[in-house]
Design a protein around this ligand. Structure first.
Ligand code: MEV
Length: 435
């Protein structure tokens, strides 16, 4: 068995790499070389990245792309996207162009409330806990005055605290449900700092409260919720059916097939998950490019897709009075200040490219990216199938795997303009060229 390492985080970057090379790569200099190749020659920039997390040994690149021509509420955007999947950016750009010629995207923020909970164990009389809470509620709010001073000055902060009896879900379980407005910040640190302070104040006050006798409430944990069904944005597109013709398919037929595809995603969970995955291709790419927490967004969005108790499509399509409307409603807790936004140079660039949006504006842009991605996917799926476009974009990856030269790539691209791309067809083509 391998020997565990102790004090790893205290080692220098060089020592960490040497240890890894020795323990896992038989001291192969190529392994070290690979890590070094991705170091930034600008030492200050490299140090910035080294400080983002612990035990950093290199940088992990993902492509930073842009999708132009997104008309959203009459403003034109070029959207930054960080994603490795070959066809996503092309699909987004395509959908953007398509809707640009049909009036563009619309979007509105429905609400921006975020929540956090202080989870409590209490096995005494619920009425006593209620009475205690009414007595200390103001003290709990006062205790975070310092933490929320700046946020309040800007018009945000704690909205309310409610005591919820959740004993029907779990014996002895109560929660302090706190609601927040965090403006342009995603607000995770702000909310968690408020919650921990409120929890400490609650516990101290409980010790002094006569009503509890020996059965005291105990704080189990305090944390924000990444389920944000009150921080929601809606985006939609629409046009007359006749403007929807695609290839050989007439607008009406296309729209009917499209609506049917959405209905299937609404009805069948196996389709819904893939359908929503396609939406997340667009959402995550912009969330990542703008330095936001894509894990939080993913967790919140999928929970929202299951809010009725059954996981279903995040998008909706209808035909009414000869016109087609396609829409999305998603919860998005995003920030355009704090976190990585002013630290990571590419995040700064991405936000500048979007004209320094407020969190609300970014919510609209991200929702539109998701809607556009879903439109492109469903359009391909109900017409040509997904593989034609996907494999065309994936061709470059296959050629790179085969270490094709620029000349070979050029010839391959020309050949596959009118021929079906597959891994074996690409191999065969390159082999023939080289023979
Ligand atoms: C692939 O990344 C995304 C799709 O599977 C989405 C969908 O099926 O709707 C094409």
């Amino acid at each position: 068995m391998d020997v565990p390492v102790s004090g790893f985080s205290k080692k220098s970057k060089q020592e960490k790499i040497e240890w890894l090379a020795n323990a896992y790569f038989g001291d192969d200099p190529e392994a070290i070389n690979t890590l070094r190749k991705y170091w930034n020659s600008d030492t200050r920039l490299q140090e910035l990245h080294d400080d983002f997390t612990e035990n950093v040994i290199s940088n992990y690149y993902l492509p930073f792309s842009v999708a132009p021509n997104f008309l959203i509420n009459d403003t034109l955007y070029t959207i930054p996207m960080v994603i490795e999947e070959s066809s996503v950016v092309a699909a987004a750009s395509n959908a953007a162009k398509f809707w640009l010629e049909r009036g563009g995207f619309n979007a509105e923020v429905i609400s921006t409330v975020k929540t956090g909970q202080i989870h409590i164990d209490y096995f005494g009389n619920g009425e006593v806990l209620n009475a205690f809470f009414s007595e200390v509620k103001n003290e709990l709010i006062d205790s975070i005055a310092d933490i929320q001073k700046n946020m309040k000055a800007r018009g945000g902060g704690l909205i309310d605290i409610e005591l919820k009896d959740a004993t029907s879900q779990l014996n002895g379980y109560y929660e302090l449900h706190c609601t927040f407005e965090t403006l342009d910040a995603m607000g995770a640190n702000f909310i968690n700092s408020c919650l921990e302070k409120i929890a400490a104040t609650f516990e101290t006050a409980a010790l002094k409260y006569d009503g509890f006798n020996t059965t005291l409430p105990k704080i189990v944990l305090s944390i924000l919720s990444n389920y944000v069904p009150e921080c929601v944005v809606r985006a939609w597109v629409g046009c007359p059916l006749e403007s929807l013709s695609y290839g050989n398919t007439q607008g009406k037929e296309f729209a009917e097939n499209f609506v049917r595809a959405i209905d299937i995603a609404k009805a069948e969970v196996r389709r819904a998950v893939t359908h929503n995955k396609g939406i997340m291709n667009g959402i995550d790419a912009v969330v990542l490019a703008t330095g936001n927490d894509f894990r939080a967004v993913e967790a919140g969005v999928h929970a929202y897709a299951a809010k009725s108790g059954r996981y279903t499509s995040l998008t909706e399509a209808v035909i009414e009075n000869n016109s087609f409307t396609f829409s999305i409603e998603v919860p998005l807790a995003l920030g355009t200040v704090g976190g990585l936004t002013s630290l990571h140079p590419l995040v700064k660039f991405a936000l500048q490219l979007l004209r320094k949006p407020s969190a609300k504006e970014l919510m609209k842009i991200v929702a539109v990216a998701g809607l556009a991605q879903n439109f492109a996917a469903i359009r391909s799926l109900v017409t040509t199938g997904i593989q034609q476009g996907h494999m065309k974009m994936h061709l470059m990856n296959i050629l790179n795997q085969l270490q094709a030269t620029s000349e070979e790539k050029e010839k391959a691209i020309e050949y596959f303009t009118n021929n079906t791309v597959s891994h074996s067809a690409a191999v065969e083509f390159i082999e023939k060229l080289r023979a």
